[in-house]
Write a protein that binds this ligand. Structure first.
Ligand code: SF4
Length: 206
């Protein structure tokens, strides 16, 4: 049997949440075959194993039915967004999509989860993510350092408030870059923040 590789697959960010269409699920099943391993991850991506020599062709076929494909492992995950129940405009669907395009799939010392909520009800649990974005009327607040795993959990703390939409991508990219450059080995993001301090991070992001 040939060598296998893993890819991460997700539907586009949309009103209603992580919705796969029947066509997309059928395509995944048909292409991968009866013996495929398909794993549902806690960060709303499917991990699927594909033959290494067919990887690029399979990615193209997935994209043709509107699926998004990302690298697995130690990267920024695709944006973990809410269901946009308040409507695309009020909950900031376009902003979330732009953010996802800019920040998903960047290689990082450990996997990094970035959450997005379209209002302060935060039903996508943004304060349990490494970086959480919450839309507050016309501006955005950014929280950092959420960690729900293990026994020493932490809730993300407010880093910046009142950000305009155009500053979101630069600020989050700056945070990810700073983490990449300064993490000690596989230091987790919340531990990294504890060491660097929130005040220092505010200077980097602000
Ligand atoms: S975070 Fe707000 S807009 Fe998004 S699904 Fe929850 S309640 Fe609706």
């Amino acid at each position: 049997m040939g060598e296998k590789t893993k890819i991460a697959v997700a539907p586009e960010i949309q009103v209603g949440g992580s919705l796969f269409s029947p066509e997309q699920l059928a395509k995944i099943g048909t292409i991968l075959g009866a013996d495929a391993k398909i794993e549902m991850t806690p960060f709303k991506q499917l991990y699927v194993e594909v033959p290494l020599d067919r990887r690029d062709a399979i990615v193209e076929q997935f994209k043709l039915v509107g699926l998004e494909v990302y690298p697995p492992g130690s990267t920024t995950k695709s944006l973990i967004a809410c269901h946009f129940c308040k409507g695309a405009e009020e909950a900031g669907l376009d902003t979330a999509r732009i953010l996802n395009q800019a920040i998903a799939g960047i290689e990082t010392p450990t996997p990094l989860k970035i959450g997005y909520a379209g209002c302060a009800l935060g039903t996508s649990e943004p304060l349990l993510k490494d970086i959480g974005v919450v839309k507050m009327r016309n501006t955005f607040d950014i929280y950092v350092g959420g960690e729900p795993k293990g026994l020493k959990t932490s809730i993300a703390k407010l880093l910046l408030t009142g950000l305009t939409e155009d500053r979101l991508v630069p600020v989050i990219k700056a945070l990810v870059d700073f983490y990449k450059e300064n993490a000690k080995g596989k230091e987790k993001f919340n531990k990294f923040i504890d060491r660097i301090t929130l005040d220092h991070l505010k200077q980097i992001a602000g």
